[in-house]
Design a protein around this ligand. Sequence first.
Ligand code: UD2
Ligand code: MN
Length: 565
Amino acid sequence: LSAVTVIITVLVYRMVDNNFGLVNSVDNNILPHPKSLTDNEKIDWHDYKAIEKDSKRVGTGEQGAAAYLTSLERANYEKLFRVNGFNAALSDKIALDRAIPDIRHKSCKTKKYLKKLPSVSVIVPFHNEHWTTLLRTAVSVINRSPAELLKEIILVDDFSSKEFSKKPLDDYLATNLPKVRAIHLPERSGLIRARLAGAKAATGEVLIFLDSHTECNVNWLPPLLEPIAQDYKVCVCPFIDVIAFETFEYRAQDEGARGAFDWEFFYKRLPLLPEDLKHPAEPFKSPVMAGGLFAISSKFFWELGGYDEGLDIWGGEQYELSFKIWQCGGEMYDAPCSRVGHIYRKYAPFPNPGKGDFVGRNYKRVAEVWMDEYAQYLYMRRPHYKMLDPGDITKQKALRERLHCKPFKWFMTEIAFDLPLKYPPIEPGDFGFGEIRNLGVPEICVDAGFKERDQVVGIADCAKGTDIKADQNFSLTWHKDIRVKGKTLCFDVSDANDKADITLYPCHGQEGNQYWRYDIEKQWFLHGGNPRCLDCEPGAKKLFVTTCDETSKTQKWRFENVNLT
Ligand code: UD2
Ligand code: MN
C-alpha cells in the first residue's frame, strides 16, 4: 500500500512540477487551490550582499552616472560609434559589472514574491553586437538573478561578421561565465529566427528574451516570474529604462505606460488607467510589448507556435506575439518592479542585407493573419503594402483557426480600447486650413517662407493663393497642431518669455509646445495650456506669441477655411 502511495505521490508531484507547482493547466482562469500553505509562501528575494557591494562601487559609469571619454581616448570614438550606433569606446571603459541606480518605486523594495518560482533560460539574439555591451548584458543577468532560478543564458549569434563573435566569445564564456553559451547560426537569420533558435535550445520553464545591449536592475527576476507561476498563459514585460547612447547614463524613460501602436505600426504608448495608478508596484495590463524584453513560459510560447518563422531580420514580431497572446487566450502585463536598461541606439548601424522592404513584408504578414478588417488602416497609409508579397501564411492562419483565437475587433474593443482616441484609424478632417490673415494690419499673412526644421516662421504680404513665392498654406489638424501644408513640420513654441518665436519642428502630435486652438469668436490663435495669443509686429516683420489682449487688433486673424462641424 505504501509503495502505491509513494508512486501516486510522485506522479502528482511530477504533474504539478510540469506546471511550475501552481498552475492549473485545465482551466487557467481559475486560480488553483493551494497544494499546501507553503506553496503560497512569499519571501524577500533581494540579494542584500550584492546590493551592499554595488553601493560601494566607484569609477567610470558607476551608479549609472553619465561618463565621458578624455580627448586622448576619442581616437576610437568615431569608428566605433559608426558601426554600433552608440558610444562603444566609452562602453569599453565601463566595468562589465558596473552598478546601476535602483530607481524602482519605493514599494517594490519591500515587496515579497512566491518562494517557488519557475526556472529561467535567458535568450539574447545578437548581430554584430559590440563585445562589452554584449558581455555586460550577460554579467548583469548573472549578478542580479538568484542562481537557483537562472538555468542558462543563450547568446544567439546571428551570423555576425565581427571576428570575436565566434571562437574568442566561446572561449571567454567557457572560462569566465559558465552559465552562458553561444549558438552560432550558419546564415543571417534575423532576430526573430535567432530567438526561435535560442528558444528551441532552451531548457528552462520560462523563456526570457533580452536585447544584446541591456542591463538588468536589482531583483528584476521575481516580478517577471510570479505572474507566470500563477498562470502560465501570462506574458510579463519589465519596465525598459534608458541607457544613453552617448554617455551610458542610466535613467527611467517615464513612470510607466501601456504599449500600443499607430496605424503606420510605429510603437506608441498609452497612459496608465486609473486603477493601475492606485497600485504602483503591481503589474498592469498592456496591449502590446515593445518587443525586446519579456518573459513567457516555454509551454505557452510553443502553444502559440513561437514566432512566425516567415518574419525576417527585424520588425513586426512584437505585434505578432502581442496580438497572438491576447487573441488566443493569454494576457500580457508590465511589471513596474522589474527594470532593465536598454541602449536605444542613435541609428541602426546595419546595412539592409539585400532583402528589400523586409519590415513591410513582416507587417503585412502580421496584418493579414491577425488584424482582419483593421489591416486596411495600415494599407491606407502605406498603399504599397497592397502589392507586397508576404509569402506563405497558411501555417499562421491554420494556427489561428486551431487555437480558436478571437477576432482583432475583440482586441481593439476590450484591450486596446483607448487606442483609437489617440490614434484614430481614419484621421478626422482639419479644423481649418488655408491662409492666416491678420485683421489689424491690411494684407499681412503668416508666411513660413519655405523654412525648414528649427527655423523661425514670420509674416509677409498676403499672396492670395497665387504667388508661388509665398508659403502661406496651413492647417490646424485634429492633433491640435498647426502644420505647414505638404510637410510634417509644426508650429512649435518652446520659449516662455514674452514675444516668443514660433519655430518649425517635426510634428509630434503630443500637444505641449505644439498645442494650438482657433477661437472663432475672438479670432485668436491660442498657443499652449496656459494660453498666449498669436500676434505680429508688421514693422519688424515679426510673428510671436504674447499675452492675450481683448483690445489688440494685431491678435485677430482670419483663418481662410474653418470647419464648423
Ligand atoms: C525594438 C526591440 C527589439 C525588436 C525590434 C523590432 C526593445 C528594447 N527592442 O528595436 O527587440 O523587438 O524593436 O523587431 O524593445 N538582431 C539580430 N539579427 C538581426 C537584427 C538584430 O540578432 O538581423 C538582434 C540585435 O543584436 C538585438 C536585437 O536583435 O539584440 C534587437 O535589435 P535592435 O536592438 O536593433 O532592435 P531595437 O532595440 O531597435
Ligand atoms: Mn535594441
